[in-house]
Write a protein that binds this ligand. Structure first.
Ligand code: ATP
Length: 231
């Protein structure tokens, strides 16, 4: 198995408190991987370490074969759509695309423009005037146009209504089918992830509880919970 993310005894401490502890993981490449866990489980911490936005307190992490944030080339391989305000309210969609093109060496402007047109959005529109679902789609488009090897999305659908959630996840699946890249996305809810992910990592109380292919996890859950009464 080629791993897109490897962690060995990875930990992050804020003050005296471990936000992530003793995390050892191999996340397979070329897959859509879900990171699920309740509030405060350590999801954002793990994803921020992977994106090179935080440095570990202990242990090691490699992402797409290198240390996160180790130079411009390595950073360009990883797209990170953060949980809070990944777009700028006062900038138009066109200005977001221009900024993306300036900052990202692998920027695919055609992909970005095609996707904006398909979404029925107007390039002159300011991000602040978009609905929550449209802003999430803009953030996804900006992440995709970086043409990363790994796209990391931190709770991208948490604030969206059910229809916008479905549309966002559908758009993500279409993009994965069209361009080949690995994805890690997080959510509080397994129900958001089970339809789109083929591998799951369950995080709780700062630790990885279980990780594996969705089908295997469901099969072992059924084994552990015994035969169904209606079987
Ligand atoms: P949520 O689903 O609420 O976003 P999460 O699973 O993403 O939660 P983290 O944001 O990684 O969890 O937080 C893990 C723990 O670390 C929590 O207890 C949180 O309060 C704490 N924490 C996170 N960031 C900081 C920080 N900058 N300073 C101090 N503590 C922090």
């Amino acid at each position: 198995m080629t791993a897109v993310l490897q962690a060995r005894g990875l930990g992050k401490k804020y003050g005296k408190r471990w936000a992530l502890s003793d995390c050892t993981l191999d996340v397979p490449a070329g897959r859509v991987v879900g990171l699920v866990g309740p509030n405060g489980a350590g999801k954002t911490t793990l994803l921020s370490l992977a994106a090179g936005q935080l440095t570990p307190t202990e242990g090691e992490i490699t992402v797409v074969g290198g240390r996160p944030a180790n130079g411009r080339e390595q950073l360009a391989k990883v797209g990170f759509v953060a949980q809070d305000t990944p777009t700028y309210a006062r900038l138009t969609i066109a200005e977001h695309l221009r900024l993306g093109a300036r900052l990202n060496p692998r920027w695919d402007d055609e992909l970005a423009r095609d996707r904006i047109a398909r979404l029925g959005l107007d390039l002159r529109q300011r991000a602040g005037r978009l609905s929550g679902g449209q802003r999430a789609q803009l953030a996804l488009t900006l992440g995709l146009a970086k043409r990363p090897e790994l796209l990391i999305l931190d709770e991208p659908v948490a604030a969206l209504d059910p229809l916008a959630r479905r549309e966002f996840l559908q758009g993500l699946m279409e993009a994965v089918a069209e361009h080949s890249f690995s994805v890690i996305l997080s959510s509080h809810l397994v129900s958001d992830l089970e339809r789109v992910c083929d591998h799951l990592v369950v995080l709780a109380a700062s630790r990885v509880q279980v990780a594996g292919d969705v089908d295997d996890l469901i099969a072992s859950h059924h084994r552990l919970s015994g035969p169904r009464r209606d079987a």
